[in-house]
Design a protein around this ligand. Structure first.
Ligand SMILES: *Cc1c(COP(=O)(O)O)cnc(C)c1O
Length: 396
């Protein structure tokens, strides 16, 4: 079926997604085309996945050349692309050792496992609990949905794994009160993305990092949506003057090819040994060829700086064009992860934007989330802002 008229109730798919009546068939840079030939300006990037735009030439070349060479071998063998991709990650971050997997949830799952194993086998202290934060999002596996601070992702999935505690964000007293002899790690996003584009307070995260250091608690930063240049730094933790013990990546890591990674500091290296964790598809020659090309491009072309500049421009334009609008409560974000918090639900605006040829998503019911690719042009930002300003004005 080429058209989007097929409802999931009548299809062979489980109805896990509320899909828009749109079928996208081609992409290039910031643009997508549907099956009727209509063109869309893409300001969601597959939810922060296609950070280099659609079908980026250099990544495609790396992928095609690897496709001619070798697709898959087991992790029982050395995989040079994997080692090289890992070195690029550790050379450009505070981390020292990488585990590759296939998605964000798996990267967080690996982080939770590594944190527990470090405490239990290296520190010998029996600690297992992971403290996470309200409104966070960490994935859909049983452990990561338990870690997620949103009730809606947990409904109907009991019993949930033990050893997770969720507290309010930016509340250092709540964190102090939550820490116990069982606390293995705290886990958080530097900008809560699904939760509504809420950057963490600098004071809070710096105090939390100090507290972790003092108490022997590991700091896990979920960079799945914020990583790979999106916030104007390669990794968002760099904005806050802290260094996580573990951070996780997926989304933008493969420019659209599915891949995830967990990056850990040296002291955690020995907590995993041969056979303690693994993944059949983790870090295949193909996936890691793409990771290599993605990091080389982002770092080599200074794309975090570009994201910072374009993000400032985007926010400035939004503030100018939406000034004095009662429906707009706040425009916030870091780099190219930007939220427009509105006084009411934004669903109708998203649909209208699609009709006008602009793709944007929400982050919670009242926040319009903008995630253009890092190479987005000023003219494209102007066009998106013009459409949004027009729709928001009509709405308010
Ligand atoms: C998307 C996301 C995840 C989950 O990633 P999947 O690849 O869908 O498993 C986890 N954490 C954050 C912050 C995310 O944005």
């Amino acid at each position: 079926m080429s058209h989007s008229t097929t409802t999931e109730a009548a299809s062979s798919l489980l109805p896990t997604y509320a899909r828009y009546p749109l079928t996208l068939v081609k992409g290039e840079g910031s643009w997508l085309w549907d099956d009727t030939g209509k063109r869309y300006l893409d300001f969601m990037s597959g939810i922060a996945v296609t950070n280099l735009g659609h079908v980026p030439r250099r990544i495609k070349e790396a992928l095609v050349s690897q496709l001619d060479q070798l697709w898959h071998v087991s992790n029982l063998f050395h995989i040079p692309n994997q080692a090289e991709a890992a070195k690029l990650l550790t050379d450009n971050s505070c981390g020292d050792a990488v585990f590759f997997c296939n998605s964000g949830a798996e990267a967080n799952e690996a982080a939770i496992k590594l944190a527990r194993r470090y405490q239990q086998l290296i520190q010998n202290n029996g600690r297992y609990e992971i403290i996470t934060f309200e409104q966070s999002f960490h994935g859909r596996t049983l452990a990561t949905l338990t870690a997620t601070g949103q009730a809606k992702v947990k409904e109907g999935f009991a019993p949930l794994p033990e050893g997770f505690k969720t507290i309010p964000l930016n509340d250092i007293q709540a964190l102090k009160a939550a820490i116990s002899v069982n606390t293995a790690a705290i886990m958080l996003e530097m900008v809560q993305a699904e939760g509504g584009i809420h950057p963490v307070d600098t004071d809070f995260i710096q105090q939390a990092a100090e507290l972790c250091e003092k108490e022997g608690i590991l700091l896990i930063v979920d960079e799945i949506q914020t990583g790979m240049g999106r916030t104007g730094k390669l990794f968002a933790y760099e904005h806050f003057g802290i260094e996580p013990d573990i951070f996780t990546l997926a989304k933008g890591l493969g420019s659209g090819f599915p891949v995830g990674a967990m990056v850990a500091k040296e002291k955690l290296r020995e907590a995993f040994s041969a056979g303690s964790h693994g993944s059949t598809f983790g870090g295949t020659p193909i996936a890691t060829a793409v990771v290599k090309a993605t990091i080389e491009t982002i770092v080599g072309e200074h794309l975090p700086n570009r994201a910072a500049e374009q993000g400032e421009y985007l926010k400035a334009q939004l503030r100018e064009k939406l000034a004095g609008n009662d429906f707009v409560k706040e425009i916030r974000g870091i780099g190219l992860i930007v939220g427009i918090e509105c006084a009411g639900p934004v669903g109708a605006i998203l649909t209208e934007a699609q009709n006008e040829g602009l793709l944007v998503i929400s982050a919670g019911p009242n926040v319009i989330r903008l995630l253009p690719n890092l190479l987005v042009a000023k003219e494209e930002i102007d066009e998106a802002v013009m459409i949004l300003a027009k729709l928001i004005k009509a709405f308010s």
